[in-house]
Design a protein around this ligand. Structure first.
Ligand code: FES
Ligand SMILES: [Fe+2]
Length: 406
């Protein structure tokens, strides 16, 4: 029997090698297929909460930060379209006029409070583009929100009424609204990413998550060096909840990520900007396979650009954009878009990064959804950037800002 097996052993061995190679090839092709077709994902994780009462506390920071808040992606509002929006606890309506400019208004009509985003129409009155309320037909000028037509009324009988118009800016394929709890005018502006504005980098997809935590927890993550080592080192395939199972241990021996990061704030006149340098090395059996360097800038409280470059495949560049919108008390939307240089390898890397970011971010979200905000955390000597971050982020609040507790 033994000699019989010995005779066939080389054949069995060859077949085993062939089978493993075929399996690995199938796995590789499967992931390439997933990455190439990965384009847009929406996940509402706000319901993932073990104990809804966990955050009853009285020392949360103010509910909404002041600054430019992203409210809608440019691609989601076409010419002559009205869109309903929610941001910083308010109902808003956006309108892209025929000139291409986007206006954002309070959604509620000053006459009797109808929501203009629900059934409102675009009309032309006295040569002006107008928004017409669906309830009694009052028409408001698009550019300043002034009411200029009421059905059955002469122009001199029209009471002074105006839709509140928010200051907006459209940049990097995103519409931002200036929010300030005390009505202070904008004193800084979001930066343009030239490669996006010039179509040098092309859009390769997005993810969107709804998250339940205080707004500040999200940007604070960037300055939290220690969590990166713990939460983001396991391979993407380990999923979004890290269980320390045997399978997980095996997987992390095979694939993993090594991180180096540093966070620091800018000084005046760019004090609304904070920087982060992040280098990730994807490893296989502990050997470095692909290194990507991120040069990250947090611009104000709600917008982050994450420029990346890798020397692999002859050099690839691109960027993530992170847009955080505080929707309501402790309920936020996080959007990540990715733009990349226009090569096949650039596209493939962008898809790989977008997919990886989805898994990595969800690990954070599950923590955020279930954690408390601690005003006075106990930190180690290596975590000073956390306190630095909090001092920096304080500039986006005023003392009197409203605080709604959980
Ligand atoms: S509520 Fe808008 S016209 Fe009456
Ligand atoms: Fe994180």
């Amino acid at each position: 029997m033994e000699s019989f097996l010995m005779k066939f052993y080389p054949i069995i061995e060859i077949n085993l090698n062939v089978c493993i190679t075929i399996l690995l090839t199938i796995l590789l092709l499967y992931y390439i297929y997933i990455f190439i077709t990965f384009n847009d994902k929406y996940v509402d994780l706000s319901y993932i909460e073990v104990d809804p009462d966990r955050k009853v506390q009285s020392d949360l920071p103010p509910t909404y930060p002041n600054g430019w808040i992203p409210v809608i992606e440019s691609r989601n509002i076409g010419l002559n379209q009205l869109k309903n929006l929610k941001a910083f606890g308010q109902q808003l309506v956006a309108f892209r006029s025929q000139t291409g400019r986007v206006y954002v208004y309070d959604a509620y009509c000053p006459h009797l409070g109808a929501n203009i985003g629900v059934g409102g129409q675009i009309t032309k009155e006295c040569g002006h583009e107008c928004i017409r309320c669906p309830f009694h037909g009052w028409a408001f000028k698009a550019d300043d929100g002034l009411c200029i037509k009421i059905p059955g009324m002469q122009s001199n009988e029209i009471p002074t009424a105006r839709l509140k118009t928010w200051e907006t800016i459209e940049i990097n394929a995103t519409v931002f609204v200036w929010y300030h709890s005390h009505g202070v005018k904008p004193y800084w502006f979001p930066n343009e990413i030239h490669e996006i504005e010039n179509n040098e980098w092309i859009y390769e997809g997005r993810t969107e998550h709804i998250v339940k935590c205080h707004f500040q927890e999200i940007p604070e993550n960037g300055a939290d060096w220690a969590h990166i080592q713990e939460l983001h080192t396991p391979a993407v395939m380990a999923g979004n909840v890290i269980n320390r199972s045997r399978f997980y241990s095996l997987l992390t021996k095979l694939f993993g990520h090594e991180w180096q990061s540093k966070w620091w704030p800018s000084s005046a006149p760019d004090s609304h900007i904070a920087h982060m340098s992040l280098t990730t090395t994807n490893t296989v059996f502990g050997y470095p396979l692909l290194t990507i360097h991120f040069n990250i800038r947090q611009i104000g409280p709600a917008f982050v650009e994450l420029l990346y470059e890798s020397s692999a495949f002859g050099g690839i560049t691109g960027t993530f954009i992170q847009l955080i919108t505080p929707l309501d008390v402790n309920r936020n939307r996080i959007i990540h878009q990715i733009y990349s240089s226009q090569t096949f390898c650039g596209k493939l890397l962008a898809k790989f990064l977008l997919y990886g970011e989805l898994r990595m971010l969800e690990r954070d979200i599950i923590i955020w959804n279930n954690k408390k905000f601690l005003k006075n955390p106990i930190i180690t000597k290596n975590e000073k950037s956390l306190l630095q971050f909090r001092r920096w982020f304080n500039q986006f609040y005023t003392k009197e800002d409203p605080r709604k507790q959980w």
